[in-house]
Ligand binder design. Structure first.
Ligand code: SF4
Ligand code: SF4
Length: 373
């Protein structure tokens, strides 16, 4: 299956038939990335002045943060931006819109395994019964080079869910940092292609390289302390073992900041808004005409079920004014409804909600707490 055929499939990547493994000397990494940047936008982890890691378009190749632990922003905004212009309209020609969408070719370097796992699940969400053209146009034009996590943070629990710290599929290319070199695995034809273009930089992997990669993976796995058991949580929910008092306690600690949903790579809700060009932005001579034929842009923007207005309806009715009900719904969505619909949890154990939640009622802390309920 070709890369283009990802579009509309929703799930399933163009898995390379004969997967190949290579070695990339660390001295060659920036040269390779520079070459890739000539034909595609290169996005990579960058340490911001605040010290946090974000995925941003690379301007200076030496700004790429190679030894980062966890990015504060997941990769969801690359295929599903926080503010995404869908089209421009003008009532001069009612019903006619002008597309402004541009899915440039991108290479995203340095994605952690949980980020790749989240993409595979997001593919199902955006391809479920319909094809989200905006998402899949970007998806088919984007190549993901992941780096397995040698040093997971204490907040990470991907290993409990099988979504990291290393993967055996889903990536276009997966790198393992072996100290002086990278072990390079191809997962798709698209990944193989960008290696073949610069094949002279890559050496064949030998037995010692395979052994080192295996050892690195086992060592990383040994660094996870305890298991975050989402399956136990699911069973308790199904059996009605979590009482309302638990969600009341949770609601008391929630600031309604929305951080958990904005950072979560699997919170994919959005709203659609029209922003009209204002009369002020056109010249006085044209403003009379403008008022007769307004124009503007339609956007989709991230929304959050943690916000009180999320389910407010046109008549003013809101089935979820209550904070407790909203938190409960977030949990039910991730722990019950995702598995019912997609056969996976709506969580990959990235720990970003743990890092951000001021009330300490993130997914991991919740699951630890409900263990004894
Ligand atoms: S619920 Fe929390 S740990 Fe799970 S994927 Fe979302 S942000 Fe990551
Ligand atoms: S991050 Fe924590 S405090 Fe903020 S909305 Fe989410 S649960 Fe509430």
């Amino acid at each position: 299956m070709s890369s283009a055929e990802r579009m509309g499939e929703g799930i399933g990547l163009d898995m390379a038939e004969d997967r190949e493994d290579y070695i990339l000397n660390k001295d060659h990494l920036f040269y390779w990335l520079r070459q890739l940047r000539k034909t595609a936008e290169l996005i990579a982890p960058k340490r911001e002045l605040s010290g946090e890691i974000t995925f941003t378009t690379v301007v200076n190749i030496h700004d790429i943060a190679l030894n980062y632990t966890a990015p504060i922003l997941s990769t969801k905004h690359i295929l599903f931006p926080q503010t995404d212009i869908m089209f421009k309209y003008s009532l001069k020609v009612p019903g006619k819109v002008q597309s402004t969408f541009n899915a440039r070719k991108k290479v995203v370097f340095g994605v952690p395994s949980c980020g790749i796992s989240a993409l595979l699940i997001a593919d199902r969400v955006f391809g479920n019964g319909y094809t989200d053209l905006y998402y899949f146009a970007r998806r088919k034009n984007t190549i993901f080079v992941s780096i397995g996590c040698n040093n997971p943070l204490q907040t990470c629990f991907c290993y409990s869910l099988g979504t990291g710290p290393f993967l055996d599929h889903g990536f276009d290319i997966q790198l393992t940092d072996l100290g002086d070199r990278y072990f390079v695995q191809t997962g798709t034809d698209a990944g193989k292609t960008i290696i073949m273009q610069y094949r002279f930089l890559f050496d064949e992997a030998d037995k010692e390289d395979y052994d080192d990669q295996y050892e690195t993976m086992l060592t990383a796995q040994s660094k996870f302390e305890g298991r975050i058991d989402l399956e136990l949580y699911r069973k308790k929910l199904e059996n009605g073992q979590i009482n309302e008092a638990f969600y009341e306690w949770t609601a008391d600690r929630c600031f309604e900041c929305g951080g958990c949903t904005y950072l979560c790579p699997l919170c994919l809700c959005f709203n659609i808004i029209d922003v009209e060009e204002t009369a002020k932005s056109v010249t006085p001579e044209k403003s009379k005409d403008f008022l007769k034929t307004p124009s503007g842009e339609r956007f989709r923007i991230w929304d959050s079920c943690m916000f009180a207005g999320f389910t407010k309806m046109a008549g003013g009715v809101n089935p979820h004014w209550n904070k407790k009900d909203r938190i409960k719904r977030w949990h039910y969505h991730k722990i019950l409804y995702y598995p019912e619909k997609y056969n996976v949890f709506g969580c990959v154990g990235c720990g970003l909600c743990t890092i951000t939640c001021p009330g300490k009622i993130d997914m991991a802390n919740t699951v630890i707490r409900i263990k004894n309920l």
